[in-house]
Design a protein around this ligand. Sequence first.
Ligand code: MLT
Length: 304
Amino acid sequence: MYKIATLNNISPLGLDRLPKDRYEIGNDLVDPDAYILRSFKMHGMEVPASVVAVARAGAGTNNIPVDEYAKAGIVVFNTPGANANAVKELVLAGMLVGARNISKGATFADGLEGTDEEITKAVEAGKKNFVGFELPGKTLGVIGLGAIGGGVANSAVALGMNVIGYDPAITINHAWNLSSSVERVNDVDEIFKRADVVTVHVPLIEPTKNLVNAERLAMMKPNGTVLNFARGGIVDDAAIVEALNAGRLGAYVCDFPSNALKGCAKVLALPHLGASTNEAEDNCAVMAAQELRDFLENGNITNS
Ligand code: MLT
């Protein structure tokens, strides 16, 4: 029997891939062979010598001390692409919410009081404060053209945007069926200089820390938008707030609230909802369970 310890709730659809006659699954197993988790932070956690693998039902692995585990011979799996559609849809929603002031407009409308006639009057007077912009003809700059960034790029092409993309790690355009309409650029700064909307889709690793910083924000055209549905530390929040308050940047839409962003009217921060769909949770759990099973039973290593 293989013992798999769960560190978060994992979709039953995934756990069903580990047959009960060969797998014992639970959250308090002693000396498990492997862990399966979502966002549980494993840094500092004591891991018994019995553990040979860790599978994250998600794309990012920054909640796992990957280097430390590699030295200890523990294989770490993730599930790239399994929640890409969920994140992509939220990025597109974020771009539209920003472009059309949907969130601010809804808050304004919700706060209106009086008779219906008075509310209608207030709507007519107030709506001029929420004039937005349309996407066709605008330039979207996508940093990172993996499963999520590539999907966002393709969808933006379909929305009529000019799309430019930067990814030093992906050399072939069809890696994620990238549209031939996406123009590849070789310098990340070119993204900031040319784009009306910049969106980041890279992992948080040392070279991507504060990739969106004061210097690069200063390269952007006036009134641009930055989207961050990747990881918080990729964007320097203090620099964002400074650029927003100075009127150089138009909006920041992200999936990572922080103290620096709090109270800034031009920020829309969501509580890390990117992969929060039933479909994504199922897809990630299924992929993670299959990876573990293939490793434990056949010694195969995929997506590590
Ligand atoms: C991911 O890394 O897969 C996404 O950010 C979603 C998540 O962390 O659950």
